[in-house]
Design a protein around this ligand. Structure first.
Ligand code: RUB
Length: 322
């Protein structure tokens, strides 16, 4: 059976960043699997194969946000383990996708709650890119009556800082948009930096929007607290066994126009979308399970993904024995 148009549209929207931010990407991936199951009209025997095909299309949209494979794994592992008739298999996908989406939204609420406790009345905060988790922390602190002021950098080349600024302004928060190049100057005036995460590695390193590591470095130099707001499904189980998180390289035309490229054939343009901040520059990671030091990432991974790692290792052993 053909892949439904709505599913292909979600994949395309993730690729082109109409759907963006690691949490939204994960929830949309789960939704795509749910739609695919709902729309399936083939035989029971072909269903699992069809769902694997859908999962692959979704997985191949963007490489860095580990929330995407983790969301797909959440649903597909439950399907792979299910037996039963077609209706039962479909229900397994639909129910687990819904469960993932609900848990993910609940996690953001918890992070907002825990994170807001770390914000003091009168704090000046700086943030980078647009992270629903980080913005939720700031808005929750504001709702609790804490008077906060925020600097949001532009985050070139896609200007997600504009989304952050307008959401904070809409919530009634005093927000100032600054160019990325003002980062080091501005961070000296702030009390805390809060950013989101696309992936957290097992050593506590953060993978997030390009420029995050520069901000962390500047915060470290200025003695400013650097906080990360990250749901546990952004922790990368594969880094536990030494795999690196792939850094997405996006199209040069996000940096300069096609015309400019044609006028300057001797210029190469590189557009890396994410960078890695070492754990030494991170004071704490705010998760829905609580606030942890970056070096405790490994504990989150064993608690949340121990089973997946065990399955992965067992599969490797079986394959090597064949
Ligand atoms: C977005 C980005 C965000 C994280 C966390 O990058 O780096 O900080 O994804 O976001 P892009 P959230 O715009 O390239 O997707 O907290 O919303 O999951």
């Amino acid at each position: 059976m053909d892949i439904p148009r709505e599913v292909l549209q979600i994949a395309e929207d993730i690729k082109t960043m109409r759907i963006r931010g690691a949490g939204k990407i994960a929830r949309s991936a789960a939704k795509a699997l749910m739609i695919a199951a709902e729309k399936y009209r083939g035989s029971r025997d072909e269903f699992k194969k069809y769902m694997e095909k859908v999962a692959n299309i979704i997985l191949n949209t963007r490489p860095t946000a580990v929330s995407l494979p983790n969301a797909v794994m959440y649903v597909m592992t439950r399907l792979r383990r299910s037996e039963g008739d077609l209706e039962e298999l479909k229900q397994t996908v639909i129910a687990s996708a819904k469960e993932f989406i609900d848990k993910s939204l609940e996690a953001v609420k918890k992070i907002a709650e825990y994170g807001a406790r770390m914000i003091n009345d009168g704090d000046i905060i700086m943030t980078h890119c647009h992270s629903t988790a980080a913005v939720s922390v700031i808005i929750e602190a504001h709702k609790q009556g804490k008077n906060v002021k925020v600097y949001s950098d532009e985050t070139r080349p896609k200007f997600q800082g504009r989304i952050t600024s307008s959401q904070l302004a809409e919530a009634g928060i005093d927000v100032t948009l600054v160019p990325d190049s003002a980062m080091r100057l501005i961070v000296k005036r702030v009390d805390k930096v809060i950013v989101g995460a696309d992936a957290i590695a097992s050593n506590g390193a953060l993978v997030n929007k390009i420029g995050t590591s520069q901000l962390a470095l500047a915060a470290h130099e200025a003695g400013v607290m650097f906080l990360v707001a990250a749901e546990t499904y952004k922790f990368s189980p594969m880094t536990f066994i030494g795999e690196l998180v792939k850094i997405e390289l996006r199209d040069p035309t996000e940096v300069v126009s096609n015309e400019w490229l044609k006028e300057n054939p001797g210029v190469k343009v590189l557009n890396p979308s994410f960078d890695v901040t070492p754990p030494e520059y991170i004071d704490a990671i705010i998760t829905e399970l609580g606030v942890i030091p970056p070096h405790a990432a490994v504990l989150i991974l064993t608690e949340s993904f121990g089973w997946a790692l065990q399955e992965h290792v067992m599969k490797g052993i079986e394959e090597s024995e064949e």
